[in-house]
Design a protein around this ligand. Structure first.
Ligand code: URP
Ligand code: ZN
Ligand code: ZN
Length: 478
């Protein structure tokens, strides 16, 4: 057989189950998955012994912001450090958000993001297209879908960035998504009441007294819940497919669950930070470092989100990676409204969900793979090229040691962050070995890939969890 690599003796984990099997790679594709493949490998093929290891499809992080101009600065993980971090975390596909600068068109945003990513990306990538002005960008949607970008994004906040969408835009975009086979991703926070609460608290006395705690104090759970409810209303009446990004609340989870039960075409994602951090982080002297939108909530929200993952109300775990260094975060100077919002995350996604989900007894290994690899690929229209170890799929593989814990230390990580929300946490699930399209990019936990290896991934349409297409049916044969 024409195999270049055979990963042998490992436990292959899929969204459906797990089995002891070999995984054979030819060029950039999986050639076969099954028992005894090492025996038919040609002389010279690499035989990689994965005894005692879990062999997973590469992670698919569908929510990242690399070198994003935001909050008066630029997020500090660029397409090089961000995708190196991804590789080391076992993530082999990222989806960023191409956001028009100023008055630009969607096409210009797409070109800008291609120019940023192309030379630097170490793993595969594509973009959601951010609609920041319905009248300008709505008419471009069909063209972008035709070019391979069927997922769009709207923010219900961030007027100061020029990104905010109103109900009219969301309603219109969902209608168009329905007609074009697209999907709308929404950042759901209720801006009018949020702005009112921020204005009420924005006094020198309160800022002196409460510091970064004003961030959670001005964003009660109903800020997210009301916005999710409203976006779902527009999805329900239009029939357009909706995806709620970075859901952080128990209330939001209940609303999504109820909507899905009555047949609304809505998915929800949460992020690793909402599963393991709570708002006590804002009490410490470094509390401002943890500011992101929406902010991390309470332990009861964490538990509801884990339960939502288990029950299927929450389909995906992503990171919303938007890294800022200590110096960038220091811009706040005691005013929480000036903190660059966002956290690093790509390198720790799989370790957090594996350690706190699987080893924490909340998810099975298959559920972990479903939420971090297979479901995101299915929902975003990347399946079966991504998200599954099957003959014909891209040879994206993460091999993890199910027991070995490594203490998180930003000084030894690939991310450009000079701090970590998880500093000192002992996490299992870092990739011992990562392959991206057949190339080994992590060996013995160290990045050995290269800038420019990552490829842009065109997509025909937004997908769905029901997508069971075999790789061969879409011409992905070896
Ligand atoms: O704080 C965050 N989440 N920063 C990135 C922008 C966004 O809202 O996703
Ligand atoms: Zn957001
Ligand atoms: Zn985001």
């Amino acid at each position: 057989m024409n195999y270049d690599v055979v990963i042998t003796n490992g436990i292959v984990v899929s969204a459906e189950g797990q089995t002891r099997a070999d995984v054979a790679i030819s060029g950039e594709r999986i050639a076969a998955v099954g028992p005894g493949l090492a025996a038919s490998a040609p002389r010279g093929a690499e035989i990689l012994d994965a005894r005692g290891r879990l062999v997973l499809p590469g992670g698919v992080d569908v929510h990242v912001h690399l070198e994003l101009p935001f909050c008066g600065t630029v997020s500090s993980d660029d397409w090089n450090t961000g995708t190196r971090a991804a590789a080391r975390g076992g993530v082999t596909t990222v989806i960023d958000f191409a956001i028009p600068y100023g008055q630009e068109s969607l096409l210009e945003a797409y070109k800008n993001w291609m120019a940023k990513a192309g030379p630097k990306a170490c793993v595969d990538y594509c973009f959601h297209m951010a609609i920041t002005n319905w009248d300008r960008h709505g008419p471009e949607m069909e063209q972008l879908v035709g070019m391979g970008c069927p997922t769009f994004k709207e923010f219900m906040i961030y007027a100061s960035e020029g990104w905010q969408s109103d109900d009219r835009a969301i309603y219109n975009t969902l209608e168009k998504c329905r007609d074009l086979g697209g999907m709308l991703l929404v950042h759901a926070e209720s801006s009018r009441v949020l702005d009112e609460l921020i204005a009420r608290h924005h006094t020198p006395e309160l800022m002196r007294q409460c510091g970064a705690r004003l961030h959670p104090m001005t964003r009660p759970n109903f800020i997210e819940a009301e916005a999710i409810q409203r976006a779902i209303t527009w999805a329900e009446v239009t029939g357009g497919r909706l995806y709620i990004v970075h859901m952080s609340t128990a209330e939001g989870t209940e609303i999504v669950k109820a909507a899905r039960a009555r047949g609304v075409d809505v998915y929800a994602e949460t992020c690793a930070q909402y599963l393991v951090l709570d708002d006590s982080v804002f009490d410490g002297p470094d509390g401002h470092l943890f500011a992101c939108c929406p902010q991390v909530k309470k332990p009861k929200d964490q538990e509801r989100l884990w339960q939502g993952l288990k029950d299927g109300d929450v389909s995906v775990v992503s990171t919303d990676t938007c890294t800022f260094t200590r110096a960038q975060k220091a811009r706040w100077e005691g005013d929480w409204t000036r903190i660059p919002m966002g956290l690093p995350g790509l390198e720790t996604l799989l370790p957090i969900v594996y350690t706190h989900g699987v080893l924490g007894g909340r998810l099975t290994p298959s559920e972990f793979v479903a939420k971090c690899c297979t479901n995101p690929a299915r929902i975003m229209g990347l399946y079966p090229r991504k998200g599954v170890l099957a003959a014909g799929s891209d040879a994206d593989v993460a091999i993890i040691d199910p027991e070995r814990r490594i203490e998180v230390d930003h000084r030894t990580m690939e991310t450009h962050a000079d701090w970590s929300p998880y500093q000192g946490w002992p996490l299992a699930g870092f990739a011992e070995t990562t392959f991206c399209r057949g190339r080994k990019i992590v060996a013995d936990y160290r990045f050995i890939g290269a800038s420019g290896w990552g490829r842009w991934l065109p997509r025909e349409r937004a997908g769905s969890l029901e997508d069971q297409t075999p790789a061969a049916a879409v011409g992905l044969s070896v």
